[in-house]
Ligand binder design. Sequence first.
Ligand code: SRM
Ligand code: SF4
Length: 537
Amino acid sequence: MADQAKETAAQRAERIKREKDGLDVFEDIVRYSRLGFDAIDPEDRDRFKWYGVYQQKPNEGHFMLRLRLPNGEISASQLDLVAELTDRYARGYGDVTTRQNIQLHWLTIEDLPDVLTSLREAGISSVHACGDTPRVVVGCPVHGADCDEIHDARDLLMQVNGLFVGNREFSNLPRKFKMSIGGCALRCAQPEINDVGICAVTRERRGGVEVGFDLSVGGGLSTQPKLGVRLPVFLRPEQVAPTCLAVGELFREHGNRDKRTAARLKFLVEEWGGERFLEDLQRRVDFTFDPDVPPVPELPRQRDHLGIRPQKQAGLHYVGLATRLGRLTGEQMRVVASLAREFGDGTIRFTNNQNVIVLGVPTAQVDEVVRLANNALLPPDGDVWQRNFVACTGAQFCNLAVTETKRAPGEDSPAEQMLTTLQARLAHFQHFVRINYNGCPNSCGQHWIADIGLQGVKFKDTTGTSVEGVLVTVAGGLGRTSRFSRPTGIKLPLPVVGDALVGLFSAFEAQATEAEDDLGDWLAARSDDELRVLLGA
Ligand code: SRM
Ligand code: SF4
C-alpha cells in the first residue's frame, strides 16, 4: 500500500477508487447508519459520492444528497415522494440545480438508508450523481413537446444515461464526465459546456432533409472554461450511444490521473487536438464517421423554454415556472406535482436555469395552472429577473465556497437582496438578461455564460478591511456569439451589488434604442473603466 501520508490528492483519489468501487459502498452506508457518524471511514465517505451523497458544510454530521434526473425529468408521484422526504429529513426545502437535478441537504447518516431505499423503490436514482463518474445526462426539458424541435432526443438520452449509470466499466473515471443530448433548435441543453455535447442538426439531402446529431467534446467551465471542440462528424441517431461510450472509454484510458486539476476531458482534447481525438474515437466504433457536417446554425441568445407555450400535440401547452433562486419548499414541490397530475400529463422537467416545466396541460386548464402556480410563488412567466437569476449553493452548505449566495426560502441572503432590489427598482425591464452568481470560481452556477457573472471573492475594501463581495464578469453567453464572460477586475462588496446592477442596467436602458437591443453586445462594448463608473465601484 502507498505511503498515505505522502500521497498527492490525485494519488489518494485514484487509490480510493482502485481499492473499492464506489458502487459497493451502499452496504457501508447501511452499516454506518447503525454505528453513527463518527464511525465513518473518511475514504468510504468519499465513496458515498457514487450514491450522490456528499458531506455538507459545516461538517457536523449532515449530508447533501443529489438525485439523478436525466433530462431533468420526474413524475408527479416521484416529486410527491421527494417533497415528503424534504419535509421529513431536509428541513423543508431542496434545490433545483444547474444540471436539472434536485438536491436535498441536512440528511444524517441514520436517514440515508431510508431515503435512498424509498427513492430507489420509486424509480429515482442517485447513482453516479457525484464522484469521478458519468454524471446525469442533461437535455431539453421540452423534448417531445416543443413545436420547433428538430428531433425528440429524449429516448436517446435515456438510452445513453442507462448505458452509463451504475456501469462498473465507467465507475472509475479520471474525473467527473458530463454529457448533454438535446433535440431542440435552441440547443438549450448547452452542449458547448459539456464534456460531450450532442445536439440535433439537419442537412440537405437529395429528396429532402436528413436529421442527425452534431458532436462536440471537451467543453466545461470551472476556473478554466473551454468551449467544446466541434468534431467533423454527422451522427445518425443509432450512432449516438456507441459514440458516447467510445468517448467515455477514451477518457477512462487517456484522461490525466496524476493531477486532479488537469484531469477533465477538456485538457485531453486541448492536448491532442480534435483531429487526433477523432482518429482515436474512430478506432473504437464499428462504423465510419460521416464527415459531411452542416454549417452551425444561427442560434438565439435566449435559449430557455419558460413561459406558456403550445405543444406540438394539438390542444396541449407546457407551462414553465420560475423558482426563486432554485430553492423549492416541500410544499412548492407538492404544488408542482399536483399541477402536473391534475392538469398536465404527469410529466415535470427541471431546467438548467433552476426552473421547472409542467407538460401536457390542455388549453382550457392553462389559466387555472397559472393561478395556482402564482399562488405558490412560482410565476409562470416570471419577470426577467427571477426567471434568469441563477445562484449556486454557496457558503451555507458548500465546502469550497468563498461567499454566501442563498439561504432557506424566506430568509435574507446576498442573492435574495440582489434579486429583490432588481425586481423592486427595475420592474419594467424587458430586455433579455442572464445573471449567474457563484460563491467561488468553480462556476457551478455557470457565471462564465452570463451577461453578468458574479463570482464570490474576499477582498480588502478602501479602508483595508477584508469584506465578502463579488468579482464582476460581463458579456458571456452561448448562442449567437458563444463567448465566456470577461473578468473586469471590478470587485463589489455584497451589500452594494443590487444597487450597482440597477445603475448599470438603467444606463443600458437609457442608451438602448430598441427593445431588441442586445444587452450582451452593449456590455461587451463597454471598457472596464466605463463599467466601473456605471457600477459605482
Ligand atoms: Fe459543482 C463541486 C454544487 C454544477 C463545477 N459543486 C461542487 C460541490 C460538490 C462542492 C462541495 O464540495 O461542496 C458543490 C456542492 C454544494 C452543495 O452542497 O450543494 C457543487 N455544482 C453544484 C450545483 C448544486 C450548483 C447549483 O446550485 O446548481 C450543481 C449540481 C449539478 C448537478 O445536479 O449535477 C453544480 N458544478 C456544476 C457545474 C455546471 C454544469 O455542470 O453545467 C459546473 C461547471 C461545469 C464543469 O463541470 O466544467 C460545476 N463543481 C464544479 C467544480 C469544478 C470542476 C472542475 O473541473 O474543476 C467543483 C469542484 C471539484 O469538482 O473539484 C464542483
Ligand atoms: Fe460551491 Fe463554488 Fe460550486 Fe458555488 S461555484 S456550489 S461555491 S463549488
